[in-house]
Write a protein that binds this ligand. Structure first.
Ligand code: NDP
Length: 455
């Protein structure tokens, strides 16, 4: 260690990646400081994954109240108290903030509150106080981005969604990605008349096309209005609520307009111009395979780098980097191609590996075999719900390897996490076939798919 610096490692940003890197380094005896200007836990804990998943549970309870009627319950009161939910979720988020703080302090990390600005490649200033470090890690993440159009100030983003004082009666959700479909599903299930307005022709367009089309059908069944190939031209404040003027000439009335049009890295206030760090046109910090920027003492990871904007990716990057710096360097590099992810829409979507389209492009249509089923889950044969489930395997014919596994349906996130281990281990279709199912479950379908789709 070099003791001519205040710290060995200074981490800017107390989100998933920054906290993990700081803690893991500190427990190895490294002198670590972490600078955070807002809340510990970052987007995920405060305005992302955690409150979203808790709201998703609330949405599921609402749907289950309806499902329960078919099973003989007649007292399923469909009353939901938005204020009670938000208060309880906020309390949980605050509890997690405290846990993050404790984890850092217990590990010996110096937690510094304030905004860090680079002075040079090994020095930052926080509220005018200079702090030097041998290495500086940028883990500042991103924040929601809205396009610039008339009345956009009336629209909220996911940052404000979880603290809305009341549930809007009518909402327009703009965008067709993760956040748009997740928050639309929550709102609709809790009783808001919800429209998703997306400029393209398929929601979740980076997922398998079958998955995207299937989810759209299920969202329509839930009563969500879909406006595809359309966009907002202006938002106007009206006597009661907002008017959303659209490219197709229509005007939609809403109490809440929620923009979910992607996120951008938040590097503007870092004064990176005092260093040699370079950014892409998207604003993402450019790093090499070791997460090092053009400045040998400055590194970056997580959403600010933008390889995959997911919490487990940021924490995995942090673990790899700390092992690379201070450990035995033996930790395997992250395989960015096999990162499972789930969309907590209603119903859920989850996938790992290649979509049919990606597989066919890479290996040729002739070398790709598709196994697919869609069905009404057992529960809904009695609940009366018309919700269906989709399961799909993408297999390489020449090697028999399962290249991709995709699902739309209840608990997709939980189910696909388990199968992701098999895909990571290079499982073949024969190994899937040799696996005995657990009956009666939905997940058993993945090991009982026998007939490929005709090409
Ligand atoms: P996404 O990138 O997933 O989706 C952004 C959407 O906004 C796209 O449909 C995009 O359209 C649309 N869009 C972009 N610019 C405009 C514009 N100018 N006008 C109209 N529409 C526009 O971003 P999200 O905000 O949904 O989420 C950000 C990231 O956070 C995700 O990519 C994901 O990595 C992460 N996340 C993960 C979750 C999970 O794991 N469950 C949950 C939530 C977020 P187009 O496709 O045409 O470009």
């Amino acid at each position: 260690m070099q003791f001519d610096f205040d710290f060995d490692l200074l981490v800017i940003g107390g989100g998933s990646g920054g906290v993990r890197a700081a803690r893991m380094a500190a427990v190895q005896g490294v002198r670590v400081a972490l600078v955070e200007k807002q809340y510990l836990g970052g987007t995920c804990v405060n305005v992302g994954c955690i409150p979203k998943k808790l709201f998703h549970y609330a949405a599921q309870f609402s749907e289950q109240c309806h499902d329960a009627v078919g099973f003989g319950r007649s007292d399923a009161a469909h009353i939901h108290d938005w204020q009670k939910m938000t208060a309880n979720v906020t309390a949980e988020v605050q509890r997690l903030n405290g846990i993050y703080q404790k984890l850092l302090l217990d590990a010996g990390v110096a937690v510094i509150r304030g905004a860090a600005q680079f002075v040079d490649a090994q020095t930052v200033a926080v509220d005018g106080k200079k702090i030097s470090a041998q290495r500086i890690l940028i883990a500042v993440g991103g924040s929601p981005w809205k396009p610039n159009l008339s009345g956009i100030e009336h629209a909220i983003t996911s940052d404000e969604f979880f603290s809305l004082p009341e549930r809007p009666k009518r909402a327009v959700v703009v965008g067709g990605g993760y956040i748009a479909v997740e928050l639309a599903g929550i709102l609709q299930a809790l009783g808001t008349r919800t429209t998703v307005l997306y400029r393209g022709d398929a929601l979740l367009r980076h997922f398998d096309a079958d998955v995207s089309a299937f989810l759209q059908q299920e969202m329509l069944k839930k009563g969500i209005a879909l406006q595809l190939n359309n966009n907002v031209t202006a938002i106007e404040k009206a006597d009661a609520g907002l008017l959303v003027h659209c490219e197709n000439g229509e005007t939609l009335a809403a109490d809440c307009v929620l923009y979910a049009t992607g996120r951008k890295p938040v590097t503007a206030a870092l004064h990176l111009e005092h260093t040699a760090v370079q950014r892409a046109s998207s604003g993402h910090v450019l790093v090499d395979e070791n997460f090092c920027t053009q400045e040998p003492s400055i590194y970056a990871l997580g959403d600010v780098v933008g390889r995959k904007e997911l919490t487990p990716v940021a924490t995995a990057e942090a673990m790899w980097l700390v092992n690379h710096w201070y450990g035995d360097g033996a930790r395997a590099r992250i395989n960015y191609e096999l990162i499972p992810s789930a969309v907590f829409s209603s119903p859920e979507v989850a996938a790992v590996g290649l979509s049919q389209q990606q597989a066919e492009q890479r290996f040729g249509v002739e070398d790709v075999v598709i196994y697919r089923t869609d069905f009404r889950p057992l529960k809904h044969t009695v609940s009366g719900s018309s919700e269906r489930m989709l399961m799909k395997l993408v297999v390489q014919q020449s090697t028999d390897r399962v290249l991709g596994l995709h699902m739309v349906g209840a608990e997709a996130g939980e189910i696909v996490q388990g199968f992701a281990v098999a895909i990571q281990a290079g499982a073949t279709k024969k190994q899937f076939d040799a696996t005995i199912g657990i009956h009666p479950t939905a997940a058993e379908e993945f090991v009982t798919l026998r007939t490929p789709l005709p090409r």
